[in-house]
Design a protein around this ligand. Structure first.
Ligand code: UN1
Length: 512
C-alpha cells in the first residue's frame, strides 16, 4: 500500500488486522468470501478483506434493532450531540480521510477534501435538524379536539453506497438517520473498504466518549451483492437507501417492495445542459469542464449531454477542445493534476465501447484515448472525450460512467428541452443563459424534468442543503437537505379529545 494511505490509516486510528464487520467499536473478521480491493491509482491490490457472512450481516441487523429500542427514545437533541461530536472528529481528520478517498476512489485530493467537507456539512445540518423535527398542528373539525402530526423514528436503516462517493453519501444518510432516531447498517462498495473502515473507526471513537449511545447505532457490513440483498430482504430494516447503478437499484427496489418496505434510490444520471446564445462563454467553458471531466466523469451528476445553440456551437467547441487538450491528467494525489484515473479496467473498456458505438452512430470523436505516458503504470488514465453527434444517436440514452461529453446543436429552445428530457434518467440538469425567460422556462413545469435544475452553473457539485436526487430511472429518492429527513421517520397523526363529548368526524350520528 502507498505510504500516504498507510500513514492516513495510522492518523485515523484504524486498528489492524482490518475487519469486515463492525457493531459500533466491536470489530469481527468477516467469515464470508475474500475480496480484494485495488487502488485505481496503480491498479495494485490495496487490501484483501473477508466479507461479512450472511449470519454476520444478520448479527449486525439484530444489533441495530436492539439499539433502536433505546435510541428512538433518546431526545433528538441528545442524538444530535452524537452527530455533532462525530462531525468534530471529521474536522480533525479531514486531510487523512481525504487522502484515503483519493487512494481508494482515485479522485483528486481537492475533490476528496470536498467530499469530506460534505460529510462535515451534513453533520452540521443534522445537528440543527435535531431541534427542528417539526410536525404540523392541524385545525380539527370537532370542538374540544386537537389534531397534530408527530414525526417518530422509523427503525434501523440499511445504506448501500457506491465507490465514487465512498464516504459522503453514507454520511448524508447516517447523520440524518441518527438524529431521526434510526441506527444505520452500512454496506459500502467492495471497491472502497478502507474509507468505510476509517469512517466506522471515527464513529467508534465518538461512541467511546458517549457510553449511553448504544453501539448498534452504527454497523458496518463489508461485502458484495449478497450483503446488499440480505439488507434489502430484511423486514427489520424498514428503509433501504441505495446509491449506484440502475440495475442494482432495480434489484434492491424489487426485494424491498416485495416486503412492502421503503426504498430511497439514487441511481444513474445522464445529465444535460443547454447553452443558449446569450450565455457567458467563459463561465460556460469552466462550468462545462468541471461538470464533464471532474472526478474523471464518475459522478452521478456528471455532465454527459451538451445542447449548444448552433450560433455559438463551433466557438464553444473550439474553446472546450483547447481546454481539454491541456488538462493535467495523472496521479490524483499530485495536486497539479485535475483528473485522476477511472476506477478500473472494466470502466476503461466501457468507455472505449461507448466511444466505438458513438462513432458507429455517426459521431465525431475528439480525445478519449488511453494515456500511458506520465501517469502511474497500472492505472486506467484516459483523456476526456468530446463527441459531436446527432440527437437521434442511441448512445445518448445511456449513462457511461466515464468522461464522455456528447455535444449536440440546437436551433430552438423548446426542441432542445424536449431532447434534453428524452432519456430514461432524470437526475441533474442546467441551462446557461442571460435571458431570464429562457432560465425560467427551463425551471418551469414545461422545462427540465430532473430533480436538480440549475441556472448558470454546471450539473455537478450540489450543496447538501438542498434535497438531492432525481426522477425516472434515477429512482425518485431525495437525500441530504431540505425535508429529506421525513423519509427516515414515520408520521403519526394524533387526534386528542379534551372535551367530555364524543362528536364524530363528518358529523356522523351514532347514538347508543
Ligand atoms: C454522487 O455522484 O453519487 O452534486 C453524488 C454532486 C455531489 C454529490 C454527487 N455533491 O456532484
Amino acid at each position: 500500500m502507498h505510504q500516504q494511505a498507510q500513514s492516513a490509516l495510522g492518523l485515523l486510528g484504524v486498528q489492524t488486522p482490518l475487519a469486515g464487520l463492525a457493531i459500533g467499536g466491536l470489530w469481527s473478521p468477516g467469515q464470508g468470501e475474500l475480496l480484494t480491493a485495488h487502488s485505481p491509482i496503480d491498479g495494485e491490490p490495496s487490501v484483501e478483506l473477508a466479507a461479512a457472512s450472511s449470519s454476520q450481516v444478520g448479527d449486525a441487523i439484530a444489533a441495530a434493532k436492539a439499539a433502536f429500542g433505546s435510541w428512538r427514545v433518546a431526545p433528538a437533541p441528545v442524538r444530535g450531540e452524537f452527530v455533532r461530536r462525530f462531525g468534530e472528529r471529521l474536522r480533525e481528520h479531514k486531510e487523512a480521510l481525504a487522502t484515503l478517498v483519493t487512494w481508494e476512489a482515485g479522485k483528486i485530493y481537492q475533490e476528496s477534501l470536498g467530499e469530506v467537507q460534505e460529510m462535515i456539512d451534513i453533520c452540521d445540518f443534522a445537528v440543527g435538524l435535531s431541534r427542528q423535527l417539526y410536525g404540523k398542528s392541524i385545525a380539527s373539525e370537532r370542538p374540544g379536539h386537537r389534531l397534530t402530526e408527530q414525526w417518530l423514528p422509523l427503525g434501523p436503516i440499511g445504506v448501500i453506497s457506491a465507490f465514487n462517493f465512498p464516504v459522503a453519501v453514507w454520511a448524508w444518510n447516517a447523520a440524518i438517520a441518527w438524529v431521526c432516531g434510526d441506527p444505520v447498517v452500512w454496506k459500502p462498495s467492495e471497491k472502497t473498504p478502507l474509507t468505510a473502515i476509517a469512517c466506522q473507526t471515527l464513529v467508534a471513537q465518538t461512541l467511546a466518549g458517549l457510553p449511553a449511545v448504544p453501539p448498534g447505532v452504527s454497523c458496518l457490513t463489508f461485502g458484495g451483492v449478497e450483503v446488499g440483498q440480505k439488507l434489502a430482504a430484511s423486514p427489520d430494516l424498514p428503509l433501504i437507501s441505495a446509491t449506484g447503478s440502475v440495475r442494482m437499484g432495480r434489484a434492491v427496489a424489487q426485494t424491498v417492495a416485495a416486503r412492502l418496505g421503503r426504498s430511497l434510490l439514487e441511481l444513474g444520471g445522464n445529465n444535460g445542459m443547454i447553452v443558449a446564445p446569450s450565455a457567458d462563454l467563459e463561465l460556460a467553458v469552466r462550468s462545462i469542464t468541471f461538470s464533464a471531466v471532474g472526478t474523471c466523469g464518475q459522478r452521478c451528476t456528471t455532465l454527459r449531454r451538451l445542447f449548444v445553440h448552433e450560433s455559438i456551437a463551433d466557438q464553444l467547441r473550439d474553446r472546450l477542445l483547447e481546454v481539454y487538450g491541456r488538462l493535467p491528467i495523472g496521479d490524483p494525489s499530485d495536486e497539479k493534476n485535475l483528473i485522476g484515473p477511472l476506477i478500473d479496467e472494466k470502466s476503461g473498456r466501457a468507455m472505449a465501447a461507448a466511444l466505438a458505438a458513438a462513432k458507429a452512430q455517426g459521431g465525431t470523436i475528439h480525445g478519449g484515448e488511453r494515456i500511458a505516458e506520465g501517469v502511474p503504470a497500472g492505472g486506467v488514465y484516459v483523456r476526456p472525450a468530446l463527441v459531436e453527434i446527432d440527437a437521434d444517436a442511441e448512445i445518448l440514452q445511456q449513462e457511461t460512467f466515464a468522461p464522455i461529453l456528447y455535444l449536440l446543436r440546437y436551433q430552438d429552445l423548446e426542441t432542445a428541452i424536449a431532447l434534453h428530457n428524452d432519456v430514461p434518467q432524470g437526475l441533474s440538469s442546467a441551462i446557461l443563459t442571460s435571458d431570464v425567460r429562457e432560465a425560467e422556462l427551463f425551471c418551469s413545469a414545461a422545462g427540465s424534468d430532473c430533480g436538480i435544475v440549475n441556472v448558470n452553473i454546471g450539473t455537478s457539485g450540489a450543496e447538501i442543503g438542498g434535497a438531492f436526487g432525481g426522477e425516472k430511472e434515477t429512482g425518485g429518492g431525495r437525500e441530504s437537505g431540505s425535508d429529506s429527513w421525513k423519509q427516515y421517520m414515520r408520521r403519526a397523526t394524533n387526534t386528542v379529545n379534551y372535551s367530555d363529548q364524543l362528536p364524530l368526524a363528518q358529523g356522523i350520528r351514532f347514538d347508543v
